[in-house]
Write a protein that binds this ligand. Structure first.
Ligand SMILES: Cc1ncc(COP(=O)(O)O)c(C=O)c1O
Length: 460
């Protein structure tokens, strides 16, 4: 029997899209300082900047959100969300926040003491920034295979256990706030972490008496990779895999804009530590709102609860990850250098190989984002030298292992025909400019801190 992908939904409401003319696109991107974050969304035809909050919600999510309870404290919608987090992840305590970085802010406020370190795998940019903001230091302990765009390691998001142990010993366990596991690794190319690695991290943490925290934004996509790549779980239903994954965590931060299928929202999940829960309450009230709504409306909490149910559906995940894979395979067939294996939420183009003659410190991935917009009105994002920023001690530009252009696929939003268009745009830029392009970009104005959002550039 052929393996057909089931697409477990159809469109009922659509949003019109328009492709601005080439002349308009050139004008707009120049006015935006060659930074796609500075473009207005209406000047973009296909928006692949992020999969964060950009997906389509389901009819059931909409229906439930109409029934949101907007009570300030202890609302019915909060209880529904709390029950769903318990059912999906097995966490006893749920603290809503308005999005993932808010969860990071609150949790780091209570978990990090000055100068403590947080070893982990490819910390996301806001995660790293919040660790530093709380006086800590993020130390990347991703396995070496995860630092290369080539190679077919099935779990490139894995944490290098030996490296992590060496770091713990070097600093001393009391200077380690917690071990962070990002599932899946956004900055590392959307790469998953294996169940075996989650178990090994747990064992290591137990050995040194350390907590384990997951950055769980794409937990369901991670579970799908465990099911399809880790033999032990081939016949295990996704919800069981998810429960097993979270068994090894003490807490999580969640950006619900990803795998809870909502436009806004997040939460902190705590497995069982009542003491941690009590400590988290006060900063939540200060930064976010009362700890049973934390910046979310009752409607949003209902939609989130429903999203957590829908995201662990195997047909959904097969379609979702299959769509990303098919785009990657199409680019492969055109010879475009992409990160392998293809990740869960995005296809990452290796911009150093795409533009081999552009000097590495001239932001090749940022340049590629600009060229893709000019060619076809599509908006992708740089995950590389610009995003990673400067070393907080030396002020030097950090040169990341890879300079990537991320083509991020919103959930349930675009058809594969949209993605075929995207692939054609990438191919055109590759064939016309890939090896002939010799100059890249430099900063016009370098924004301080998280600089990729608002810095402006010019051609060298
Ligand atoms: C892995 C990861 N962690 C944390 C975040 C931050 O979440 P939010 O954008 O909801 O603040 C993101 C956002 O893209 C992410 O990809």
């Amino acid at each position: 029997m052929s393996k057909r992908t089931i697409i477990p939904f159809r469109a009922k409401v659509i949003e019109p899209l328009k492709l601005p003319s080439l002349e308009q696109r050139n004008k707009k991107i120049s006015a935006a300082g060659l930074n796609v974050f500075q473009l207005d969304a209406e000047d973009v035809y296909i928006d692949l900047l992020t999969d964060s909050g950009t997906g389509a919600i389901s009819a059931m999510q909409l229906a439930r959100s109409m029934n949101g309870d907007e009570s300030y404290a202890g609302s019915r919608s909060f209880r529904a969300m709390e029950r769903q987090v318990m059912e999906t992840m097995g966490f006893r305590y749920t603290i809503p926040v308005h999005q993932g970085r808010a969860a990071e802010q609150v949790l780091n406020f209570v978990m990090i003491k000055k100068n403590q370190i947080v070893p982990g795998n490819s910390h996301f940019d806001t995660t790293k920034a919040h660790i530093e903001f709380s006086g800590g230091r993020a130390i990347d302990c991703t396995i070496d295979a995860g630092r290369r765009s080539e190679g077919d390691h099935p779990f490139k998001g894995n944490i290098d256990i030996e490296k992590t142990e060496a770091v713990i010993r070097e600093y001393g366990a009391r200077h380690v706030a917690y071990i962070l596991v990002t599932i899946t690794c956004n900055s590392g190319g959307g790469q998953p972490v294996s169940m075996q690695n989650l178990r090994d991290v747990r064992a290591l943490a137990n050995k040194y008496g350390l907590p384990v925290v997951y950055d769980a934004a794409r937990f369901a996509e991670n579970a799908y990779f465990i099911k399809t790549r880790e033999e032990e779980f081939a016949d295990t239903p996704i919800p069981y895999i998810v429960r097993e994954m979270f068994k090894h965590a003490d807490a999580c931060t969640m950006s619900s804009k990803k795998d809870a299928l909502v436009p806004i929202g997040g939460f902190i999940g705590i497995r069982e530590s009542e003491e941690l829960y009590e400590r988290v309450k006060t900063p939540t009230i200060l930064f976010e709102g009362f700890y049973t709504y934390g910046g979310m409306s009752g409607s949003a909490m209902e939609a989130l609860a429903q999203g957590l149910k829908e995201v662990v559906d195997l047909d959904y995940l097969t379609y979702r990850i299959g769509q990303v894979r098919r785009l990657g395979e199409l680019l492969d067939s055109f010879g475009v250098p992409i990160v392998h294996p293809i990740g869960g939420h995005a296809v990452f183009i290796d911009a150093r190989r795409f533009f081999p003659n552009v000097p590495q410190d001239q932001f090749p991935a940022q340049l590629l984002c600009v060229e893709l917009y000019k060619e076809g009105g599509i908006r992708c994002v740089e995950v590389g030298s610009c995003l990673i920023g400067r070393d907080p001690d030396t002020g030097e530009n950090i040169r990341p292992a890879m300079d990537l252009c991320r083509i991020t696929i919103p959930r349930r939003a675009y058809t594969f025909e949209h993605l075929e268009y995207v692939a054609d745009v990438v191919r055109t830029v590759y064939e016309e400019k890939g090896s002939s392009q010799r100059r890249g970009l430099c900063f016009d104005v370098e924004a301080p801190g998280i600089r990729h959002f608002s810095s402006t550039f010019r051609y060298v």
